[in-house]
Design a binder for this molecule. Sequence first.
Ligand code: F3S
Length: 395
Amino acid sequence: MFLTKKEQEMCDGEYGETIRKSMDILVALGDIYGASKLVDITSAQVSGVSYKTIGDAGLEYLEDLARDGSGKATINASLNPPGTDLDNWEELGFPRDFAIKQNQIVDAYAKLGISKTCTCTPYLVGNVPRFRDHVSWSESSAVAYVNSVIGARTNREGGPAALAAAIVGKTPLYGFHLDENRKANLVVNVSTELKGADFGALGYIIGKVVGGGIPYFKLQNTPNNNDLKTLGAALASSGSVALYHIEDVTPEFNLNSEDEIEDIMFISDKEISETRQKLSTTDKTPDLICLGCPHASLEEIKQVATIVEGKTIKNKLWICTSVSVKATADRMGYTQTIEAAGGNVVCDTCMVVAPIEEMGFEVIGVNSAKAANYVPSMCGLDVVYNDVENLIHFE
Ligand code: F3S
């Protein structure tokens, strides 16, 4: 891979150890994937935050990098969800030892200049690249959103690579950064109107079929931004989709004409409803309803507040979101309405990266196909998959 004089000096350690280590990662990646050079980025989103997934080894690595003090993020860079609500872990019942380690991890990232935004929907809270910007994002649902809905360009980066890119301000130019790799290879013709959890079911079906490919959807109705984040999260979890196009909706849908794509698939309401059923692992009543995967928008919190207003919820209810979105929900009175009904608006974390298996829950109700896919394997708990209004039970 071609390096400029300054980049070579960074590799040689002339700008400090943190930058040298970061360049090592980026150059190794570039060499593996045949990148021609490094390209400037405008934004990074860094995963590998929960103590549940990175453990003591990850914490040690980050503290070493932060202690060195020679390198910090040079561009807008934000963190993925950690394993706790950073401010309210105690009152929500998170294990103390876990929460202490978790705060140390987030503090180490902050010393490296990665903002404590702590969300998988950074595009809702100020980390919003422009169309065709090169970026380095690592949370798979966020990658699908930023590539597909915003039209910025990123590969599905690992946490260390996104951190390295944030510090150097560059990433290797290959894969989804190039026009020729952003063309669709499967047309998905959907013959039924979709709403709510149907979008997750569609993403789950197509992710399994297309793997790391690029689907091109023809839909009967226009999805909103919440539907798009649900669809992308499901595609990225059952497959490894990083980019999808929707006819007349997403900005690069006409990068290649539909006629150039050989493979066509037809999806009817039969496949959608069968998949919705298959995503539940039990028919028991959930003891925790966990919404906000990917992290909830203000509209989604408002929707829940409207459903529960003046009632008492039987099961426990968490709506996971970022601290920034919750601040607005507080001002609008949505949080108070949800809390009065017995629910919680939980910041930073989510049902997959939190240690919910240690918190006494057995069955989790979700409206996200990504969560339905991961909770059984990552937490060992059963899930019920449905729309919000069908999940919540009242006294
Ligand atoms: Fe976000 Fe957690 Fe879902 S990181 S996409 S809420 S699994």
